[in-house]
Design a protein around this ligand. Structure first.
Ligand SMILES: [Zn+2]
Ligand SMILES: [Zn+2]
Length: 248
């Protein structure tokens, strides 16, 4: 399902060579190699250290190397480390929703660079890049899996092996939107499986899972549990954006 969109992206890259580059948020003309114009750039909230060593939650104060947030200290997640490039805010939401709903595949190169920066050592240590699967029904509705496109672009940028069909949804899960945290975990529990023809890729390997948004972590948690059961040596997560609640 990804291929037509990828070819479209390749065509677009060729067009970029002759047309002036545009701001990915507002469409204004920008300098070469720049994703956002000077007006839109300040709206982007990059996540940087200090942050929770496990889930990547940004901290207001530096609590020292290896410090954990309250959530991870109380109940460690199944994945080893999660990092996100951006805080989920007005601008990142607009970019991600645009990427999901419309034919905005030209956003992918900028997204891949942001993911690479956020992943840092997680990407360098990864034996394999994979992505959070969409159920077939939703894949058809959306025409492509945006997490797969991000995983492909990131792996290409970093020269890492990739398997976008490593995981599958074994049943359609209701949309996570509007669910409370516990409901989200129940919603995806047992809904992810390693595809049998890819199962040999997992044992002993460090796997970096790519997704668009980290909300509660329920989906990547379910993916990580499945991968560990299949013998993965480590599971890390990188997402484009992360919801950061003021109270955590
Ligand atoms: Zn702009
Ligand atoms: Zn944490």
């Amino acid at each position: 399902m990804e291929m037509p969109a990828l070819f479209a992206a390749a065509g677009r890259t060729m067009l970029d060579a002759v047309l002036p580059p545009r701001c990915i948020a507002c469409g204004g003309i920008v300098g070469a190699g720049t994703a956002l114009c000077a007006n839109c750039w300040p709206g982007l909230d990059l996540i940087t250290a200090p942050q929770c060593a496990r889930c990547g939650l940004p901290f207001d104060f530096d609590l020292g190397e290896g410090a954990l947030c309250g959530g991870c200290a109380a109940s460690p997640p199944a994945f080893e480390r999660a990092r996100a490039a951006l805080r989920y805010n007005d601008l990142s939401a607009r970019l991600i929703v645009g990427f999901k709903r419309a034919d905005r595949t030209h956003l992918v190169p900028a997204f891949a660079r942001w993911l690479q920066r956020a992943a840092g050592p997680l990407l360098e240590e990864a034996d394999l890049v994979a992505c959070v699967p969409l159920h077939r029904r939703r894949l058809l509705a959306r025409r492509y899996n945006q997490s797969a496109m991000l995983a492909l672009a990131l792996s290409r940028l970093a020269g890492r092996p990739v398997a976008i069909d490593l995981l599958a949804r074994t049943r359609a899960t209701p949309s996570q939107g509007g669910l409370y945290r516990n409901q989200r975990f129940d919603n995806v529990r047992g809904a992810i499986a390693v595809r049998p023809h890819r199962a040999a890729l997992v044992p002993g390997r460090r796997i970096l899972l790519v997704d668009d948004v980290f909300t509660t972590g329920a989906t990547v948690e379910a993916c990580a549990r499945t991968l560990y059961r299949a013998g993965a040596a480590g599971v890390d997560v990188v997402t484009l954006a992360r919801v950061v609640r003021a109270t955590t």
